[in-house]
Design a protein around this ligand. Structure first.
Ligand SMILES: C[S@@+](CC[C@H](N)C(=O)[O-])C[C@H]1O[C@@H](n2cnc3c(N)ncnc32)[C@H](O)[C@@H]1O
Length: 226
């Protein structure tokens, strides 16, 4: 189990944290349904338009290199949304057998054409696959959407289908300033904490894969004084 940032080449986004402060509870309720509003509604309720733009290609390259993946290997993306990473993994490593699972019927129904039949509606807590059935599993910014018991269950499931060959990335903060920015921005996460909190949880789950954090850094322009 190592800490490694496989999203190092993901573009940095500037977030208007203040804009999310109005109607926060209402927007959270809508976002947590993971429907059209979350993916293709407003930025206050989610992504504000979740469209393929190729940004996952470099990350897919790094994932293939990190796990030593080759044609014929099976990979599962848990929380795959519309299947952007599934598509790009197959693009950068032709012959790789990549599948995805996501709780959102909207995302799966509106997936990229190249991944139809490879992405399915399902829950991270109950992967419909036998033990040891994947060479690697990925779960990016998804597991934290479950409560603590759900997180433990999802991590155990990753370990079950690909022992020691997971990559999980979750929301975290390292200090009070980052925690405040995170709490102002967050819509869907139910479980969050410091990297140390997460390492304990990963250990408790018996998870032996790799991991990293999504941390919203503090930008002075976002500072909220009250
Ligand atoms: C922040 S998005 C991340 C999507 C994609 N992995 C990415 O990084 O762009 C979180 C995704 O997790 C999915 N999700 C939330 N809870 C889930 C669960 N219990 N099982 C599977 N997917 C879930 C949502 O529908 C959504 O697609």
């Amino acid at each position: 189990m190592i800490e490694v940032n496989l999203l190092a080449r993901y573009p940095r986004a500037k977030r208007d944290v203040k804009a999310r402060l109005g109607n926060k509870e209402e927007n959270r309720t809508i976002a947590m349904k993971f429907g059209k509003e979350y993916f293709d509604g407003t930025r206050e309720q989610g992504y504000g338009g979740f469209r393929y733009d190729g940004r996952w290609v470099p990350i897919a390259e790094d994932i293939v290199r990190h796990f030593g993946l080759k044609p014929g290997d099976r990979v599962l993306d848990i929380g795959c949304a519309k299947g952007f990473l599934v598509k790009d993994l197959m693009k950068v490593c032709p012959g790789l057998e990549v599948f995805g699972i996501d709780v959102s019927e909207y995302a799966v129904t509106n997936c990229e054409p190249e991944v139809i039949g490879r992405v399915h509606v399902g829950n991270a807590t109950h992967l419909p696959f036998p033990d040891h059935s994947f060479k690697a599993t990925l779960s990016i910014n998804t597991v934290h959407n479950l409560d603590r018991a759900g997180c433990l269950q999802a991590l155990r499931e990753m370990e079950r289908v690909a022992p020691g060959k997971g990559y999980v990335q979750v929301d975290a903060y390292r200090n009070a300033a980052e925690e405040k920015v995170f709490l102002d921005w967050v819509l869907t996460a139910k479980t969050y904490g410091t990297p140390e909190f997460w390492v304990e949880l990963l250990k408790q789950a018996g998870y032996n894969g790799d991991y990293f954090w999504t941390i919203l850094e503090v930008d002075p322009a976002w500072t909220i004084t009250n």
